[in-house]
Design a binder for this molecule. Structure first.
Ligand code: SAM
Ligand code: SF4
Ligand code: SF4
Length: 390
């Protein structure tokens, strides 16, 4: 099987009965959560009761429940990672959104409340670079005060984290994920488009730990021939420290990063590489829909994760919706179009009317782009990741 081909199990998604029986036969004795097992787990958690005629837990066309919301608060970024926002396109004259175009904090909180009404309990604040949004701790405080929300996380490139970590924690932030693609400054800058520095990101991670945003997760996108030679160094740095390192397969998000299948280093290659140096074994997922496949070090030095979106897609357990900073709702990272929530919000729509829009979108959802990647089913105009957030 070529690295970019869909996992064979994924073809069963539109035959749900077959899916389940297939899954039962293929649960791995190792305890690793396979796509099939995630489907089995979903069987047990779906609660599709109704309140006032509207389902309180929404299911899409493949019985995936709406459970997580990623909120992009900023389309701008202080990096120009060539895999996300290449400098030649996002140059100094590029027209980003005006601040009026972005949802205000009160609009974001309203949207979050509507999603919470459908059972969403986890929010992730992202971007662009979310720490470029002024007064972010105020938003975090409002979101974490929502009764139904029990987990508010942030994804950042870490450059501004040291100065904001304590205020974010005090505002109620539960967790932070910091992107760091290499510890080698030259390689780091090849990945960041020449912006930032390793030492500044490490300082951000340290301040986040000190502030109590524990455990910090570190995300590293791996691009063949660019930063793959520095993977073991990253593992070495964080193993045993309590910080959890996660390697992400480089994906064909958007249309401008000129992604080629051969640019992606399959996670299994990294597993073999790391395992040869520090033996690791698969571990159970912490919860249904967890994006990373977990592994633990045999010598007790903690865990490590792999996000296998390209070589082992996990659309079957994808319970995530995304809101762009200008208020468009997306149901897949690879979507070409979203649904405008800002216009109704600003036209005075009630929470019930917003909820109707959200439920109609989610119940129609049939996205599974990563599983169809091998069939070349890519929409020509996929949305860019910096715009809807990772
Ligand atoms: N700027 C913040 C950051 O970099 O952490 C948050 C937004 S960024 C879009 C979120 C995550 O998406 C980052 O971890 C980044 O590495 C990842 N990402 C961006 N483009 C990607 C791609 N083409 N393939 C895989 N991951 C990607
Ligand atoms: Fe900015 Fe994050 Fe995209 Fe890099 S991955 S350009 S840091 S939004
Ligand atoms: Fe979810 Fe779309 Fe990614 Fe599949 S491709 S896991 S549906 S975001």
């Amino acid at each position: 099987m070529k690295s970019w081909q869909a996992h064979p199990m994924t073809n069963l998604i539109d035959k749900r009965g077959a899916y389940v029986s297939f899954a039962k036969a293929f649960l791995l004795p190792s305890g690793r959560t396979t796509l099939a097992k995630r489907i089995l787990m979903s069987e047990r958690i779906i609660d599709f009761s109704k309140v006032s005629g509207r389902p309180v837990a929404l299911q899409d066309q493949f019985q995936r429940q709406l459970r997580d919301l990623r909120i992009s608060v900023m389309d701008r970024c202080n990096f120009r990672c060539p895999y996300c926002m290449p400098e030649d396109k996002y140059h100094k004259d590029f027209q980003f959104l005006n601040s009026d175009d972005r949802l205000s904090f009160s609009e974001i909180v309203r949207v979050a409340r509507v999603f919470a009404g459908f059972g969403v309990r986890k929010l992730r604040i992202t971007g662009g670079e979310p720490l470029l949004r002024a007064n972010l701790p105020e938003l975090i405080a409002e979101l974490s005060a929502l009764d139904a929300i029990d987990d508010v996380a942030l994804t950042t490139n870490g450059i501004l984290l040291a100065q904001h970590a304590a205020a974010l924690k005090a505002a109620g932030l539960d967790r932070v994920t910091v992107s760091l693609d290499s510890l080698d400054d030259d390689v780091f800058r090849a990945m960041s488009g020449g912006r930032g520095s390793v030492s500044k990101v490490l300082e951000g991670i340290q301040e986040a730990e000190l502030a109590g945003l524990h455990p910090v997760k570190v995300n590293s996108v791996v691009r063949r021939g660019i930063n793959d030679s520095t993977v073991l160094e990253l593992v070495d740095k964080f193993r045993g420290s309590g910080t959890i390192m996660r390697f992400i397969e480089y994906m064909d998000v958007g249309t401008i990063n000129h992604w080629q299948p051969s640019d992606t280093v399959p996670a299994r290659e990294l597993v073999e590489l790391i395992n040869a140096r520090w033996p690791i074994s698969p571990a159970e997922s912490n919860y249904f829909g967890e994006v990373a496949s977990r592994y633990v070090f045999a010598d007790g030095q903690g865990e490590i994760g792999f996000v296998t979106s390209v070589t082992e897609p996990f659309c079957g357990s994808c319970t995530r919706a995304r809101i762009s900073s200008d208020g468009n709702l997306y149901t897949c990272l690879f979507a070409s179009a979203g649904t405008d929530l800002r216009t109704p919000l600003r036209a005075g729509a009630s929470d019930a009317e917003l909820a109707d829009i959200v439920s109609a979108v989610w119940m129609k959802r049939d996205d599974r782009y990563s599983e169809l990647r091998a069939r070349n089913a890519a929409p020509a105009d996929k949305v860019e990741m910096y715009y809807i957030g990772g």
